[in-house]
Design a protein around this ligand. Structure first.
Ligand SMILES: Nc1ncnc2c1ncn2[C@@H]1O[C@H](COP(=O)(O)OP(=O)(O)OP(=O)(O)O)[C@@H](O)[C@H]1O
Length: 289
């Protein structure tokens, strides 16, 4: 990130409550005072349990869902009034891609391409080959994974400045998944795009994300560069009377076992019996204990 870079996507103290349900008469709070900023070149992996608020966050960024209060800046605009120009620089793949039934792949791409002046035909061809898609095939006859591959091409071949991908690889086989994740990272680096993608596959996230955002019940509990995460988030076993520095953030605690974000404080702390670094999956499990 360069100092002069402007945010591509910025959430500031965003709250979102869905209308009241049979479970809650006061409505269902899904995002709570959530702030996060994406700059060009950032690939942010969004991790959270089912129902944590990941899809809602993306939909708010696009103005598909209104927020209660707070502020969202999407490519310098307010999501509820996004200009056509801004939309032409946003790629979005929802969890269940839809549309273009009744078209063959080549006809669907022809129509889709016409909305995006900056469409990169060579990139489209490259990804059609990689995903092994037959362009004469009817869209409604595609398998779930093939449909997801097509949706990814449609969202990415115009090199969007902002790319929002809601579990983009859930239905892809391991080979396609690995290739796609590599491409995703290359695209962000080459095109200076910012990418926000959700996934439950922590190994994918660790491989390609530059940052991880962890959401728990609508709260952003952690947002960090992936390398810093490995170094700064630790599982400690402490004595009853151990005093942790005020600069540590306690993420969770069960008795003498404490999950902390040291926030870069590398002082040796007396009274720590054991210290363990965690991979993303272990961290996720610890946070939801
Ligand atoms: N349109 C809606 N009306 C009411 N509640 C909704 C609506 N959309 C989502 N929710 C609720 O908001 C919460 C967050 O949903 P969301 O789809 O954002 O979660 P998620 O983190 O993307 O989950 P998953 O990993 O399962 O895709 C859930 O409890 C869900 O039931």
């Amino acid at each position: 990130m360069e100092a002069e870079d402007k945010p591509v996507l910025q959430f500031t103290l965003v709250n979102k409550t869905y209308a009241e349900t049979t479970k809650s008469a006061t409505g269902h709070k899904v995002l709570a005072d959530l702030s996060i900023t994406l700059y060009p070149g950032m690939v942010v992996g969004l991790l959270g349990q089912n129902g944590a608020g990941k899809s809602t966050l993306m939909r708010c960024a696009l103005g598909i869902v209104d927020i209660d209060n707070g502020n969202i800046n999407t490519l310098g605009e307010s999501p509820e009034n996004l200009s056509i120009e801004a939309k032409q620089h946003i790629g979005y793949v929802p969890q269940q891609p839809f549309g273009y039934e009744g078209f063959t792949i080549d006809k669907a791409l022809e129509l889709h391409r016409s909305f995006y002046p900056q469409w990169d035909i060579a990139l489209e061809q490259d990804w059609l080959n990689r995903f092994d898609l037959d362009v004469t095939q009817a869209v409604q006859k595609l398998s779930v994974g093939q449909r997801q591959s097509l949706a990814l091409i449609m969202a990415m071949a115009y090199r969007p400045t902002l790319l929002l991908l809601d579990e983009p690889v859930a239905s892809l086989d391991p080979i396609a998944r690995r290739q796609f994740m590599g491409d995703l990272f290359d695209l962000a680096l080459e095109s200076g795009s910012a990418v926000l993608f959700s996934s439950h596959i922590t190994s994918d996230l660790e491989r390609v994300a530059s940052h991880v955002a962890l959401i728990k019940k609508g709260d952003l509990v952690l947002f960090k560069e992936i390398d810093a995460l490995r170094e700064e988030v630790k599982l400690l076993t402490i004595n009853d009377d151990t005093e942790l520095p005020a600069s540590y953030r306690i993420l969770s605690q069960t008795g003498q076992t404490v999950l902390v974000d040291t926030q870069g404080n590398s002082d040796v702390i007396t009274g720590v019996q054991n210290e363990k670094s965690l991979n993303l999956e272990q961290l996720f499990m610890e946070l939801h204990r």
